[in-house]
Design a protein around this ligand. Sequence first.
Ligand code: SAH
Ligand code: SF4
Length: 385
Amino acid sequence: MTATNLLDLDLDGLAAFCESLGEKRFRATQLFRWIHQRGASDFEQMSDLAKSLRGKLAGCATVTGLPVLTQQESADGTIKWLFDVGNGDAVEAVFIPEDDRGTLCVSSQAGCAVGCRFCSTGHQGFSRNLSTGEIVAQLWFAEHFLRRHLGRDERVISNVVMMGMGEPLQNYGALVPALRTMLDDNAYGLSRRRVTVSTSGVVPMMDRLGADCPVALAVSLHAPNDALRDDLVPLNRKYPLAELMSACKRYLEPAPRDFITFEYCMLDGVNDQPEHARQLIELVRTSGVSCKFNLIPFNPFPASGLLRSPAPRVQAFARQVADAGIVTTVRKTRGDDIDAACGQLAGDVKDRTRAAERMAERRVVMMRKAESPPADRQPVGEAAR
Ligand code: SAH
Ligand code: SF4
């Protein structure tokens, strides 16, 4: 029998597991707290559990995180980790510190099947879904690493955004127990308003999320009409804008926030014209979805063939949408010196040789960064809100 990785279980799952060992439910709560609140992985450390239980657990369970391949720290305090998920696949998580919060941007898949034109993860194709344990392991590791790194006793990560690699709503079965663990007071105790699922618009799963585990929702819109969105976000061909906007409206009923955040990646000459802003305003008005806009300056990568909209055009677009009475922000870019900004999370999918080369390149870059302070850089987008 293979050992059960307890990071795969939310509290209900852990209770069922404990019951299968003939233990009472409250033991699961104790165990859950040791793992998630204290970062423990060694059952012998869990001093308030009976010795007999510790022995049983050692025989059939583990608490196994993900191996860290690299860690890069940006001059602005942003930290990016590359985690090994086996078979040449790796995924990234990014910590973004701000004065009033600490946000972790978490991956849900190795690669992504949606294939958006402007996204480096999408260009790699899909490798596989992460398990619940692999999603939770990113938070488990980051939270406890950061407490040690920053010398803090209390919680460091206050917000999680599912905006790393992958489409979370195409990995629904693994996502929901991971979200439950994030929200659980016996684990990370995050507020539903501070856990955000970002989706390219998997309509049926938006409804299920609203019913099963409502959290804040961000929808990656990127285009104000179906023709353009079909091209930029291929999933639009399956769930076109009218359906997507209706799903947003339905989601607002159970949602912990009274608005949807629409993300809109600003692509030079593609979706950034006054006419696009006009259509966007019209789309929001006719659908009646209460929303905020977050404009993301595109973070270019060579294979995309796309360019970032010039800053004055982003500002003009933002003003036009804001003047129509829709709250609009432009995302600041964080961590761009370590390729941690939105859409730059590439991980290393499929090709083992290439993965090894890239990791070696990254190590060289890290060493260079350690030798000399990073050069001045243009601000770029932040991975999270
Ligand atoms: N798959 C989900 C979540 C991950 S992507 C989604 O698409 O919503 C997180 C955000 O980063 C999305 O809004 C996405 O559109 C944006 N993004 C992707 N590539 C980008 C790039 N190259 N520059 C800026 N933002 C990008
Ligand atoms: Fe997938 Fe999101 Fe990237 Fe689109 S933007 S390819 S949905 S990760």
